[in-house]
Design a protein around this ligand. Structure first.
Ligand code: SF4
Length: 317
């Protein structure tokens, strides 16, 4: 195993809502090696974006630890966090709403450099912005363009350049290609993977779409209603999914190179249930075709089935 950059230990993020406690992230643990990509997959509402934001301390946590480079950053003071922000960044889903419409491309990429006072002179700042534009494949002629004048792919390149401005080592990529046309998705994904290799980045790649992370993830965790239900090496997840929910997600992928079809295919019915005051059983039970009485009585723990392939399901007790 390589050097661990980030480790989550029993991380919880609850929200107090009028009718109880919403368990958005509920006892999530995993580790992420330096230079690797962790895919975090699940339906909208499963807590994956909240997980990313809690790790980055954009949201306060409820319990647990986030160990980054050996330190529990949930204990950091505001000043320590300000220094850490240069190392941990986020790329958002919708580049249009995450960019200030009154800022040009140059203003947007320049902003973090100014906030963190990285350079002493404006010419150094200018040089760095031009360098970042080149790195993400934005032509120099767009320097004074506004977000509404650009297509989705170029807008997301601005978001990537901005995230890279401070030379981070870890980036949470929150559905970074979901709002883009399919033809542009591949270009942006390829750019992100090239940057990961050339700059030695570590990614946590959040998506609702397993097919998006197939080619880019070293490891994958599958989340359901705030909890990890399966985690393993990406190839293992695609070749030998264990959890009925993972099987259902794979069955729904319409790509010919993803072969998980046929007799074992599962379908899920109904909607994600509410994460408010969850019942004690398996959270997938209301939609699971294999559910038994035991499933509604107690929530299965994550178990290592060998080769670091973990699953939480009573079928494997
Ligand atoms: Fe289905 Fe039971 Fe497994 Fe939950 S524990 S996924 S309900 S079989």
């Amino acid at each position: 195993m390589g050097e661990v950059l980030l480790e989550c230990k029993h991380l919880k993020k609850y929200f107090s809502v009028p009718n109880g406690m919403l368990h958005a992230v509920d006892d999530v643990s995993f580790s992420l090696e330096k230079g690797k990509t962790l895919g975090v997959v699940g339906e909208s509402g499963c807590g994956k974006s909240t997980l990313g934001r809690t790790i980055l301390r954009l949201l306060p946590h409820t319990d647990g630890e986030v160990i980054f480079e050996g330190q529990n950053i949930l204990q950091y003071s505001g000043e320590q966090m300000k220094r850490l922000r240069t190392k941990m960044q986020i790329i958002f889903q919708d580049p249009f709403s995450s960019l200030n419409p009154r800022y040009t491309v140059f203003d947007t990429i320049e902003e973090p450099l100014k906030i963190h006072k990285v350079y002493k002179t404006q010419s150094e700042v200018y040089g760095r912005v031009k360098e970042l534009m080149e790195v993400v494949g934005l032509a120099a002629r767009y320097e004074n363009a506004y977000p509404h004048e650009l297509d989705g792919g170029r807008r997301q390149r601005i978001g990537i350049a901005r995230a890279l401005a401070l030379n981070p080592s870890f980036i949470v990529c929150d559905e970074p290609v979901s709002a883009l046309d399919v033809s542009i998705q591949a270009q942006v994904l390829n750019l992100m993977m090239d940057l990961k290799d050339s700059l030695g980045l570590t990614y946590m790649f959040i998506t609702h779409d397993l097919s998006v992370v197939k080619h880019i993830s070293d490891d994958i965790v599958v989340m359901y209603l705030g909890q990890i239900v399966e985690k393993a090496n990406g190839n293992d997840i695609f070749a030998h999914p264990l959890h009925p929910y993972t099987k259902a997600l794979l069955s729904a992928i319409p790509l010919p190179d993803i072969k998980y079809k046929g007799k074992e295919a599962e379908t899920i019915k109904g909607e994600l249930s509410s994460p408010i005051n969850p019942s004690p059983g398996c959270r997938f039970a209301p939609r699971c075709p294999k559910a038994t009485e035991k499933c509604t009585a107690c929530n299965p723990a994550l178990k290592n089935m060998g080769s670091d392939h973990w699953v939480s399901c009573h079928l494997y007790d």
